[in-house]
Design a protein around this ligand. Structure first.
Ligand code: PMP
Length: 353
């Protein structure tokens, strides 16, 4: 039976990508597997270059002074790498949830961090607005989509200081003016590929301004100078990311997938709002198009509902352990049909209850 995979990440990837990736493990180049050839060989160097250029092309950042890197250590390593490379005295952070909180904690190791605003008192169910960003900060950091709480920044503050954004859970899902950001990072395991690589897109002219010595593996400049091959890159995750980015380009790019993502989000949210048995977690204006979070009004229905969605082949619907309830993650590769299947189960529960 076909599974409707609503997992928050690692998550669903396009079927055609999975097929190509699995073939490449058996035979990529003249009988050799992709994962047994040298990362310095032409076939792999071509893959890395293609992945880097597709990332910039899809974001509309080609020829604008940005470089794309595929690094290791997950988005969590970027929490400290950003600070090591950009933080000289003080930076401003917007705290919209667990991942922002972790980014703040890591950056604090190196220097002063000022929380410009936080939605912690509301259980991170909204995005703070109307805060000030001092021009004195070395940079401003925000998280575009809060995977755990299901909130998403619909607009970004305008500021003259560099803006850094953790886009781990909504990169390549919606059109934005990406030139407003000076550094974007995202773990691959949502909209790109398997866990194991992190995309970093950085405007080169913001680098080289801190006085500290930066360890080589943590230094963006070194990775740029080595074309993202300073050490052995995670060859398989980079290859699958390249395939997924090519898949997205062939579909019509971010503009095309954004339309699909809007249809999926509007379907699930209208069910959450119309069905009296469910309640949305995030405030309406800040709802995420990637992760829809909701709870049952009556916990006594939990057992029945859980059995029904599992029976319908739905997977990965449980909310994050810190929030509870349910979370429908609807990344790029999830089809509208999967969301229809979930909505059908939710309305069936209403008919039964
Ligand atoms: N930021 C966000 C928004 C995330 O959703 C996650 C993981 N789900 C992370 C950072 C941490 O990523 P990683 O596990 O790759 O370190």
């Amino acid at each position: 039976m076909k599974k409707h995979n609503f997992s928050a990440g690692p998550c669903i990837l396009p079927k055609s990508v999975m097929l190509k990736a699995s073939e490449a493990v058996l035979n990529y180049d003249e009988g050799l597997s992709l994962i047994e050839i040298s990362h310095r060989s032409k076939p792999f160097v071509d893959i890395m270059e293609r992945a880097r250029s597709l990332a910039l092309e899809l974001l509309g950042l080609e020829g604008k002074g940005y470089k794309a890197l595929f690094l290791q250590g997950g988005a969590s390593t970027q929490f400290l790498m950003v600070a090591l490379n950009l933080l000289e005295k003080r930076a401003g952070y917007l705290n919209t949830g667990t991942w922002s909180t972790k980014a703040i904690k890591e950056a604090k190791i190196y220097d002063d961090i000022y929380e410009v605003a936080s939605s912690e008192s509301g259980g991170f169910n909204y995005i703070p607005k109307g805060y000030e960003i001092s021009e004195e900060y070395d940079y401003f950091h925000c998280t575009s989509n809060n995977t755990i709480y299901g909130t998403q920044m619909k607009s970004f503050p305008s500021t003259n200081i560099p803006m850094v954004c953790d886009m781990s859970s909504d990169i390549f899902s919606r059109t934005l003016d990406f030139t407003q950001f000076d550094l974007i990072y995202a773990g691959a395991q949502k909209n790109m590929g398997p866990a194991g690589t992190t995309l970093v897109v950085v405007k080169e002219d913001i680098l080289g301004k801190v006085s500290r010595k930066i360890p080589s593996m943590m230094d963006y400049k070194i990775h740029i100078n080595k074309s993202s091959m300073f050490n052995t890159p995670p060859v398989f995750p980079v290859y699958v990311s390249m395939l997924t980015l090519q898949w997205l380009k062939d579909l019509g790019g971010i503009k095309a997938i954004e339309k699909e993502n809007e249809k999926k989000a509007s379907l699930i949210y209208s069910e959450i709002d119309l069905n009296p048995l469910f309640k949305g977690y995030a405030v309406k204006e800040d709802r995420s198009n990637m992760n829809a979070t909701f709870t049952l009004e009556n916990e006594n229905l939990k057992e029945t509902f859980d059995a029904m969605w599992k029976e319908a082949g739905i997977n990965g619907l449980n909310g994050h352990r810190s929030v509870g309830g349910y979370r429908a993650s609807m990344y790029n590769a999830l089809s509208l049909d999967s969301v229809k299947a979930l909505v059908e189960v939710m309305s069936e529960l209403e008919r039964k209850a």
